[in-house]
Design a protein around this ligand. Structure first.
Ligand SMILES: Nc1nc2c(c(=O)[nH]1)N[C@H]1C(S)=C(S)[C@@H](COP(=O)(O)OP(=O)(O)OC[C@H]3O[C@@H](n4cnc5c(=O)[nH]c(N)nc54)[C@H](O)[C@@H]3O)O[C@H]1N2
Ligand SMILES: Nc1nc2c(c(=O)[nH]1)N[C@H]1C(S)=C(S)[C@@H](COP(=O)(O)OP(=O)(O)OC[C@H]3O[C@@H](n4cnc5c(=O)[nH]c(N)nc54)[C@H](O)[C@@H]3O)O[C@H]1N2
Ligand SMILES: [Mo]
Length: 697
């Protein structure tokens, strides 16, 4: 018997595409697109097929809770019961809490995978303010900067068709990141708006652009400031907005004086006349919208690059304008965000890096290095346990060699994953997680587009795999917080949905819940900032000891660094170019996807390759003082000869445990974790220095 169940695909970590799952005799066999879905509009990416054909029923899936019996990383395990696993975890964590304080336990997760609200709830009741995720460099800086400005994250209003779109550090048609499924950009581009792309690589999107600004990685602030310099000098800004709704504009304009296009050209490598042309094009078009992504956040200037793009939207009158960057209201379910608990701020003094990286701390996020400092050096106190669910830190955290040392050294490590990975091999207790097809959940709960969708349980999990939210609900009770958790995890879904006036049983069969957008809300409500206005000058930053105005800061390693470094490592490296096939370190188990994209690729200019005797398709080493890994040369004249672009997340699940080949190609061996941005502890994943050489035959 065949049935089709409507759901929200989560074959990738960010999810968000409407889908139907075909079930035949209790087995999920296909994922089909939902043409009526308001966000994905009938789009589904190839990861959906790869997941369904190769991963959902993959023989490597973790099936039972296990306890490590050999040395860390030796790969010897014994199967244990869930009772044993959860009791062991609860009693060890409570013992550490009694002996060393709750803050010596750190919880962790990866990006987007919809269980983090439960992690925060458990951490919160347990009493630790330390949750390790990607918030220092991904999305959360946007959220923190927006919060500081008194707004939710501004989202492109594609449904109202901007007449100018500027894609800035986002290859949205590959990444479908966060709120955005790339099809919305694609459909708008068919209407021929003016189109600007800011990207060091000539991506498919850059090929469609009227103006492509090929900047040096890590210099986005200088470019944005120069564009705003032009807008102000040429009187192309929205006076009504600036005069009535903003604060600190004069001081901001003084700072803009430092960034004429000719100065920015030297920093960014973008010709001054192109900067002027892009500034005019964007400022004159109405409405105009900026689609930005982690291209601007993966560096030490992260917070200021986010700030600059929000400033540009405000300056041109496009903030909360139809077809601009809109401040969507939360869907009716979202007020339950107190689900996570808001008490971390009371414990900011105990939060690792909490008084150093105030912007990150303002949204309860920490930079990874503070956890490693605490494990390796007991600084400022000893971290004794890590419990990580849905992240592969050996692959995705910067400075993999240090991550490995710390995962080996920490006293107690719990990991939950769907598959064995190089990171899970380090665990003391390893928990088998269910996939998104195997439990009930609310989809898109963390996003800023104003929608939530049901994602019902469709098939039974294999073996004894359990969903993370069920695991956390059970652990919360065993840690001693029976009153704060639920009889069953499904009851928590009712709790979240209560303000919307629906139960999970009712919501499950609905298409979605949506908050209808209202525009220009600031005209009646102002901004939820200290001055009630849009703050171009941020006093809170000055109070925290940071620059109250945006400024370009050179990356810690750059072409203008010490010649001792640049002679050895002359090429600028940007990492993490997203590809359609893989999400982070996931999907390497899929034959279908691996066939399309068997190896990691390094984009390198023909001249740069020729000078090093490298031909298209050769294996090359990418090297700097921290490490040396391999990629295959993708010779490409769409990249500046002084720049190379590497992928991230590469390992080979088919190779032997416990390493699975993760030392070969994992670019994070080259990334530094210590020279970070001042406000959020952002690491420099884009715009560091390296050298490339051919791997000898
Ligand atoms: N298929 C797939 N989808 C993904 C992911 C994945 O791994 N695979 N990862 C998910 C995650 S965690 C995230 S955060 C999002 C990211 O998704 P987005 O935020 O949309 O960003 P990307 O698509 O990675 O685009 C980054 C672009 O920035 C460019 N770039 C590189 N360095 C710089 C720079 O210094 N400045 C500027 N302006 N541009 C630069 C790159 O060439 C690339 O085209 O994607 C999510 N979606
Ligand atoms: N050099 C470099 N490094 C980067 C980036 C870059 O561009 N360059 N990008 C950074 C960014 S933006 C981000 S967000 C991070 C991504 O960081 P993470 O989100 O931590 O990345 P993944 O390696 O994809 O780890 C996900 C793991 O969770 C497992 N998993 C998937 N779904 C579930 C689930 O429902 N439950 C459980 N328990 N496990 C699950 C997968 O099998 C996989 O092992 O990487 C960062 N690292
Ligand atoms: Mo991310």
């Amino acid at each position: 018997m065949e049935t089709r169940i409507r759901t929200n695909c989560r074959a990738c970590g960010h999810a968000g595409c409407g889908a139907y799952v075909v079930v035949e005799d209790g087995r999920a066999t296909k994922i089909l697109p939902d043409k009526e879905h308001p966000i994905s509009k009938g789009y589904l990416c190839r990861k959906a097929r790869g997941f369904m054909e190769d991963m959902q029923y993959h023989p490597d899936r973790l099936l039972y809770p296990q306890r490590r019996v050999g040395e860390r990383g030796e790969g010897k395990w014994e199967r244990i019961s869930w009772n044993d696993a959860l009791d062991t975890i609860a009693s060890k964590l409570n013992q550490i809490k009694t002996e060393s304080g709750p803050e010596s336990v750190v919880f962790g997760h990866g990006t987007g995978r919809s269980h983090h609200r439960f992690i925060y709830r458990v951490a919160n009741f347990f009493g630790t303010p330390n949750v390790l995720a990607n918030g220092h460099i991904c999305y959360l800086p946007r959220l923190a900067v927006s919060k500081q400005l008194g707004i939710p994250v501004p989202i492109v209003d594609y449904d109202n068709h901007p007449s100018c779109i500027m894609s800035w550090g986002s290859n949205t048609i590959n990444s479908n990141a966060d709120e955005y499924i790339g099809v919305n950009l694609g459909l708008n581009l068919k209407r021929k708006p003016q189109y600007i792309v800011v990207d060091p690589q000539r991506t498919k999107l850059a090929q469609k652009a009227d103006i492509w600004l090929q900047l040096r990685p890590g210099t986005d602030v200088a470019l944005a400031m120069a564009m705003m310099h032009v807008m102000v000098k040429e009187n192309l800004y929205d006076h009504e907005f600036v005069e009535n709704y903003s604060y600190g504009f004069d001081k901001f304009v003084e700072r803009l004086e430092e960034y004429p296009p000719e100065v920015a050209e030297k920093i960014t490598w973008v010709p001054a006349e192109k900067i002027v042309a892009a500034a005019r094009m964007f400022a004159k078009a109405k409405p105009a919208a900026i689609q930005w992504g982690v291209g601007i956040e993966h560096n030490v200037n992260c917070a200021n690059s986010d700030r600059c793009l929000i400033f540009m939207s405000a300056l041109t009158g496009n903030l909360d304008a139809p077809g601009g960057n809109v401040l969507f209201g939360p869907p009716p379910g979202l007020p339950r965000m107190e689900f996570c608990g808001q008490e971390f701020q009371d414990r900011a003094d105990k939060m690792l890096g909490g008084t150093r990286y105030r912007l990150a701390a303002s949204i309860n996020r920490i930079s990874p290095h503070v956890v490693w400092d605490a494990i390796e050096h007991g600084d400022p106190y000893q971290v004794r346990a890590l419990m990580i669910m849905g992240s592969n830190p050996l692959l995705v955290r910067e400075n993999s060699a240090r991550v490995e040392r710390c995962l080996k050294q920490v006293e107690f490590l719990v990991m939950a994953d769907i598959f064995p990975t190089p990171s899970t091999e380090m665990a003391d207790i390893l928990l088998p997680a269910a996939t998104w097809l195997e439990f009930d959940n609310i989809a898109d709960y963390w996003k800023s587009h104003g929608y939530i969708f049901p994602r019902p349980k469709i098939v039974e999990p294999p073996g004894e795999a359990k969903s993370d939210i069920e695991i956390l609900n059970e652990l919360g009770k065993r840690l001693g917080f029976a009153d704060e958790f639920w009889d069953t995890y499904q009851d928590s879904l009712d709790y979240i949905l209560e303000p919307a006036g629906v139960s999970w049983e009712e919501f499950k069969d609905m298409h979605y819940l949506h908050n209808e957008p209202q525009y220009y809300k600031y005209k009646t409500e102002g901004f939820k900032s200290p001055t009630g206005k849009f703050e171009f000058y941020i006093q809170q930053n000055a109070d925290w000891g940071y620059d109250p105005l945006p400024a370009h800061v050179e990356p810690p390693e750059s072409p203008s660094s010490d010649p001792e470094l640049t002679d050895k490592y002359p090429l600028v490296l940007t990492t993490g170019t997203r590809t359609q096939e893989y999400f982070g370190s996931e999907h390497r188990q899929s034959k279908f996807l691996r066939k399309k994209h068997p190896d990691p690729l390094l984009h390198i200019h023909p001249e740069t390759a020729a000078a090093r005797g490298i031909a298209h398709g050769d294996w090359v080493y990418i090297e700097n003082a921290r490490g040396k890994v391999k990629h295959k040369a993708q010779v490409d004249d769409g990249i500046d000869p002084r720049v190379v672009a590497a992928e991230f997340g590469w390992w080979y699940p088919e190779r032997p445990a416990p390493d699975y080949g993760f030392r070969d190609c994992n670019i994070n061996f080259l990334i530094d974790d210590l020279n970070v941005g001042p406000e959020s502890g952002a690491t420099n994943l884009k715009g560091l220095m390296c050298e490339v050489s051919r791997v000898p035959n």
